[in-house]
Design a protein around this ligand. Structure first.
Ligand SMILES: Cc1cc2nc3c(=O)[nH]c(=O)nc-3n(C[C@H](O)[C@H](O)[C@H](O)COP(=O)(O)OP(=O)(O)OC[C@H]3O[C@@H](n4cnc5c(N)ncnc54)[C@H](O)[C@@H]3O)c2cc1C
Length: 288
């Protein structure tokens, strides 16, 4: 099917993008890599009057370390993350799980997060890493925590006149390790269930734990209670098992062709348990 007709603009500066959004944001869609938007346009699930292609806006594809943060620009593609030496290892691991090289060569991390598919992989990683998103509009800039950014399926806290310019991830202060575990029916598929876990160790104790859940609710879910249960504790089998149980409790999966809700909850439990053990080993430098 062909998309419905729309106006197309390709601004060459952020200022021009923001002025287009200020004028016509209610009827417009931003286009980054097009790997989610173009299928939606072709299926006519969305019918914007204007598509604003930000691909020619300079300076938005960087991945860099700045002021204690890892900054990922809005045009950094999955493949850029996969090949970057600056990102955290969990991000390389996650990028590798996304679709196939064709999609990874065009799709962006920020586009994925703004698309807010509950089965999107990056949302859970940003939740586990306590990331924030910088949203710009003609009125100025604001910073949104990843926790609270996802408000429902394909819905976020972004306003129609805003564009996300970058994601900021705090660089861990302590020895850190992470893992992304994904169950998919076949290579390139979206997750049946996936989990992102991040651990920071201060000596023998857990200084910070981050846990994000994919495809088990209306949006990516942060398992906050499970995270809190680990804080200040040694990563014993019992503490990890309890955090895994609390993570499963935080998930809200539904029965579908990929599996029953009960099955998916148990996959969350098992994956969080496995992921935390791997993350701890990585933080201690015992595993890669
Ligand atoms: C075959 C296939 C398999 C896939 N498999 C996976 C998978 O396994 N895991 C996974 O996570 N994803 C998967 N995806 C989705 C893929 O990751 C997309 O690249 C990603 O979801 C969207 O990124 P994009 O740059 O292509 O965004 P686009 O498609 O250009 O935009 C997506 C949405 O985000 C908005 N948007 C984009 N950038 C911005 C911005 N800077 N500010 C504000 N709004 C913005 C757009 O308006 C649109 O609503 C798959 C896609 C395909 C086609």
């Amino acid at each position: 099917m062909f998309s419905a007709a729309f106006d197309y603009r390709a601004p060459t500066s952020l200022a021009e993008t923001l002025s287009l959004l200020a004028e016509r944001g209610d009827d417009a869609k931003v286009l980054a890599g097009g790997q989610s938007l173009i299928p939606l346009l072709k299926l006519r699930f969305t019918r914007p009057e204007l598509v604003i292609d930000i691909g020619r806006v300079p300076g938005m594809n960087a991945i860099k370390r700045q002021d204690g943060h890892l900054v990922v620009g809005a045009l950094a593609r999955h493949v850029d993350v996969e090949r970057s030496k600056d990102v955290l290892p969990i991000m390389v691991e996650t990028a590798h799980w996304i679709a196939d090289p064709l999609v990874r060569n065009r799709g962006t991390l920020v586009g994925s997060v703004c698309h807010a598919d509950p089965a999107g992989d990056w949302g859970s990683v940003l939740l586990a890493l306590d990331a924030e998103l910088v949203a710009a509009s003609s009125k100025g800039e604001r910073t949104l925590k990843a926790d609270g950014f996802f408000t429902g399926p394909l819905t976020t806290a972004l306003r129609p006149d805003e564009v996300v310019t970058e994601v900021r991830i705090p660089v861990p202060k302590h020895a850190a390790g992470g893992a992304y575990l994904k169950l998919e029916r076949k290579v390139t598929d979206f997750a049946t269930v996936a989990v992102a876990v991040h651990i920071e160790l201060d000596g023998d104790k857990i200084a910070r734990a981050g846990i994000g859940l994919t495809a088990v609710g209306p949006h990516n879910i942060r398992a906050s209670e499970a995270e809190r249960s680990l804080h200040g504790k040694e990563p014993t089998d019992a503490a990890i098992a309890e955090a895994a149980r609390l993570s499963a409790e935080a998930s809200e999966p539904k029965d579908d062709i990929r599996g029953s809700a009960a099955y998916k909850k148990d996959v969350v439990r098992v994956f969080v348990q496995r992921g935390l053990k791997t993350a701890v080993s990585r933080a201690k430098g015992e595993a890669r």
